[in-house]
Design a protein around this ligand. Structure first.
Ligand SMILES: Cc1cc2nc3c(=O)[nH]c(=O)nc-3n(C[C@H](O)[C@H](O)[C@H](O)COP(=O)(O)OP(=O)(O)OC[C@H]3O[C@@H](n4cnc5c(N)ncnc54)[C@H](O)[C@@H]3O)c2cc1C
Length: 429
């Protein structure tokens, strides 16, 4: 069988990867999108976190382009009212099933070739470009690519290609989302339930984090019928071994919760209606990029000269001990940027990373990882990859003007360099 050749191969069809692939395809690049699941959307669909933040900040849109187009099309399809910029909520809930189906359509319409149930096994840069080996259901397959985009969230491809990643001894907990019913939330005694949960924690029957992120018992979980309700420890979740452990811990947590709740008055009929096929992971490793975004860069709203998009979210570290979140909002008027250099692994050529693994310190990453910035990074990565494949220039050598022009042509909001008054223009809105 002839080895297929692509301009761009995107690994990971999640929040960032689908936007990267659609952008590369629309820019005319022959693009392959490799995804280990059978559904696109990643944490937004398979992980059950279908409420992307932050397309808007301080009353104006800060992220648009292909990511917003996919969200907007989902809202329109499901008859939801589009938010007004001046009072848009930080999180915008979308129907995950419709979002995934519309993403399939957008990927195919852009001429992108999707390949599901496949993962990369090796990546080698040769004189002829990248040689990528893929594990497919029928064995190993090789493909060639001019440029690779790692949108796995875990920098899996960057590591396979031999470049450094950075992690921490302690990582934020993950969440196994579920839906539940079989009770009337209006008739429950939440004080008594909290006392029962405290006693069950003390007796070692449940973990505090099985019922809540915080020290407030199962109230929120029961009122919201599940969803993003628990915390699961998630060390080394960028590896198959670590991820296996996380998935088993997630289901153990659900089993403890089930046994505990069914003993409580009013919850005898408690049942799970659905559970996500994968535990959603907040933190694994980041790439060591040509630029590393620090918390100080982020919180001071540093305007990088090679900025490709904005981001806007509090520093948001979820704690492992059930005490909730360590959150630090941005000061009013601060609008951080993400530079191209944070998408390029140090020492690499023709390799780009987008999404949660963006080069950043832990604190900055806890804010940069939310979905709208991941989509914006994906669009920047897709545009950069398409330009690199077309010109033969390394992504770092692509003139910023060309990158900005292509992104704007596809609807993105791209930060400008400061003008003489020190103001930063927002264009492309
Ligand atoms: C519990 C939780 C709650 C959150 N809450 C919010 C929120 O309310 N709002 C918000 O905006 N953000 C939230 N976030 C953050 C946000 O959802 C993620 O950080 C973001 O979606 C990550 O996008 P990504 O593209 O980097 O990764 P993902 O969306 O996870 O996509 C990675 C994709 O790559 C695939 N993949 C992984 N490894 C491989 C491989 N080796 N080969 C092939 N495919 C691979 C995966 O299957 C997946 O499809 C939350 C995150 C979590 C975990």
């Amino acid at each position: 069988m002839r080895t297929k050749t692509y301009d761009v191969v995107v690994v990971g069809g999640g929040t960032a990867g689908v936007v990267a692939a659609v952008q590369a395809g629309r820019a005319g690049a022959r693009t392959l999108l490799v995804e280990k699941h059978g559904m696109l959307g990643g944490t937004m669909t398979v992980g059950g976190i279908n409420y992307p933040a932050s397309f808007f900040a301080e009353g104006r849109p800060i992220i648009a382009g292909i990511g917003w187009e996919l969200v907007r099309r989902t809202l329109e399809e499901t008859g939801q009212v589009l938010p007004e910029p001046k009072n848009a909520p930080r999180h915008i809930r979308v129907d995950a099933v419709i979002f995934a189906a519309l993403v399939d359509e957008a990927v195919l319409a852009a001429g992108v070739e999707p390949l599901f149930h496949a993962l990369p096994a090796s990546a080698t840069l040769t004189d002829k470009g990248w040689k990528l080996q893929l594990c497919t259901k029928t064995g190993l397959q090789s493909v060639w690519a001019r440029v690779l985009v790692d949108a796995s969230g875990d920098a899996n491809l960057v590591r396979l290609a031999g470049f450094e990643t950075v992690g921490s001894d302690v990582v934020q907990p993950a969440t196994l989302s579920f839906g539940c019913s079989g009770y009337d939330p209006n008739t429950l005694d939440y004080e008594a339930l909290k006392a029962a949960a405290d006693a069950a924690v003390a007796a070692g029957e449940i973990l505090r984090t099985d019922v809540s992120w915080r020290e407030d018992g199962p109230r929120a979980l029961l009122l919201k019928h599940g969803h993003n309700a628990n915390h699961i420890r998630a060390p080394n979740a960028e590896t198959s071994e670590g991820k296996t452990q996380v998935e088993i811990e997630g289901r153990r947590s659900l089993l403890r919760l089930y046994r505990f709740l069914r003993r409580q008055p009013g919850l005898e009929g408690f049942r799970f209606d659905w559970v996500c096929p994968e535990t959603a992971v907040r933190e694994t490793v980041r790439i060591r990029g040509k630029t590393i975004i620090t918390a100080s860069d982020y919180e001071s709203g540093r305007q990088f000269p090679d900025a490709v998009c904005y981001a806007h979210y509090p520093i948001d570290e979820h704690l492992n001990d059930g005490r909730g979140i360590h959150a630090r909002p941005l000061r009013p008027g601060v609008l951080p940027t993400i530079p191209r250099g944070a998408l390029l692994p140090a020492g690499s050529r023709f390799l780009i990373a987008a999404g949660r693994s963006v080069s950043s310190d832990r604190e900055a990453n806890s804010a940069l990882r939310v979905e709208a910035p991941c989509m914006a990074m994906g669009q920047a990565a897709g545009a950069l990859a398409a330009l690199s494949a077309k010109t033969g220039l390394d992504p770092e050598e692509i003139p910023m003007g060309d990158l900005r022009a292509l992104l704007r042509m596809h609807g993105a909001i791209v930060p400008e360099q400061k003008n003489l008054q020190g103001e930063v223009a927002i264009s492309g809105e």
